[in-house]
Design a protein around this ligand. Structure first.
Ligand SMILES: Cc1ncc(COP(=O)(O)O)c(C=O)c1O
Length: 430
């Protein structure tokens, strides 16, 4: 194994052997080389006469560019677009995202956690978790209602075995007991990766205060029983909390609760800032030990260097400029209100008596989506029927559930949408 990797592993082992045990074989091998990038970083500081280190082209003291491209981006300085961004991301962006995280998540105040590392949006952040922590046949514990791509990221790519538990209790709250039992069912394995996603895709549910406290207690209890846990919060829809849920990431509460629990936050601008195609996300590690934070950062940079090398520079600049803008909060609030009003409208419409024989709906209070549980009609049949007969698109999930993205439908059209779904349902159930 490479010497730098061995050093990083030793540093982790010295202060927290549980984190070392959580690493995958690949995770143990990863390190960040003292290669071209380190030498160029040094040259950037010191090479005042000629900096002939890095693989970009320069002209008149700025990056070379084609005028026809720059013409479409005149608001931006070429230096913020064309050169490679550092593998960890633009430092100013990382710093601002960290500050935003603390403001948005008061429980983080005073806690020790890494600087966010820029990823090619959330999917990439999740795949870094898979690379660093999942060996073939490791257990990935997650609810039965999830974003389908987890199966590719963790299952197909890394060989994780899903251990699922029902998302809701009978009463319609988050099933903390189910989560705990699923974790403990793998106690003999000694390790599990728990994946939590709130606001949830597809249900649109985020736990309330009491449930959040229950989740923390359950995790501490599982750790006390000797299990090592990586707890990943996928905060893709962060901030879109419309009702009585907690309004911060569970990462903030899970961070450093127990030496056996490693909390990792995967988040980004994709959904919360409405820039899906920009591909700007972050991965953040919590640990009380600077040595662990440093080693995990270096290993993350190693896998970034070995996969995408670095994330898009223009996209990082666009997001950075947005975060710095005095209009950012106001404009975000406006969009939040639009989505909140749609969610509340959906709830209001679902109260209609006539829908009772067609479906129940799963509790929702946040995010982009909500799910219906159909009574006696196959979800896939309804989906096809609505597409063919009415030009209405929804997502079928399993036998009886359909997901409706109210994020994509204007408030004044929501009633018509549900009436069409109902009409389609009636035709199939007749
Ligand atoms: C829960 C969840 N996590 C992650 C992602 C992926 O986000 P990104 O587009 O930033 O990779 C999505 C996208 O649909 C999602 O729903």
């Amino acid at each position: 194994m490479n010497e730098i990797a061995q050093d990083l592993n030793r540093e982790i082992l010295q202060v927290n052997p549980h984190v070392y045990e959580l690493l995958s074989e690949l995770g143990k091998k990863l390190y960040y080389p003292k290669g071209i990038l380190t030498q160029s970083a040094e040259a950037k500081q010191k090479a005042h006469r000629f900096n002939a280190t890095i693989g970009i082209a320069m002209e008149q003291n700025q990056p070379m560019f084609l005028p026809l491209i720059q013409k479409t981006l005149t608001n931006h300085d070429p230096k913020d677009l064309y050169p490679y961004a550092p593998p960890a991301g633009k430092p100013e962006l990382r710093q601002l995202w960290r500050e935003k995280m603390i403001i948005d998540n008061p429980s983080l105040t005073g806690k020790s956690f890494s600087n966010p590392i820029v990823t090619n949006a959330l999917t990439h952040g999740l795949s870094i978790v898979a690379d660093l922590f999942i060996n073939e046949n490791d257990s990935l514990v997650l609810p039965d209602k999830i974003w389908g791509n987890y199966n590719f990221i963790f299952g197909i790519r890394s060989g994780a075995k899903n251990v699922t538990f029902p998302f809701y209790t009978e009463e319609g709250g988050f099933n903390t007991l189910g989560m705990k039992e699923a974790l403990l069912s793998k106690k003999e394995h000694g390790k599990a990766i728990l994946l939590l996603n709130f606001p949830n895709n597809p249900t649109g549910y985020t736990p309330n205060e009491q449930e959040a406290t229950g989740i923390i207690e359950a995790l501490i209890d599982v750790a006390e029983q000797g299990m090592n846990l990586v707890v990943v919060t996928d905060d893709a829809y962060f901030g879109l909390f419309y009702e009585n849920s907690i309004k911060e990431s569970l990462f903030a509460r899970i961070a450093n609760i127990h030496p056996r629990v490693l909390a990792i936050k995967v988040d980004g601008a994709t959904k919360e800032d409405y820039v899906w195609g920009f591909r700007v996300g972050f991965i953040t590690y919590a640990s009380e030990h600077p040595a662990v934070i440093n080693a995990l950062e270096k290993k993350t940079l190693g896998i970034i260097r070995g996969t995408i090398s670095s994330a898009s520079h223009p996209s990082q600049t666009f997001v950075l400029n947005a975060l710095q803008s005095p209009d950012f909060q106001t404009q975000k609030q406006e969009k939040f209100e639009v989505l909140k009003n749609r969610a509340l409208k959906v709830k209001q419409i679902l109260e209609k008596e006539k829908y009772r024989d067609a479906w129940d709906y799963y509790p929702f209070n946040s995010g982009y989506f909500m799910c219906l549980k159909l009574k006696g009609v196959q979800a896939e049949d309804l989906r096809n029927h609505l597409l063919d007969q009415y030009g209405v698109g929804i997502i079928s999930l399993g036998e009886s559930d359909v997901r409706v993205a109210f994020s994509c439908v204007e408030e004044q059209e929501i009633e018509q949408l549900f009436d069409l779904i109902y009409q389609g349902f009636k035709e199939l159930s007749a």
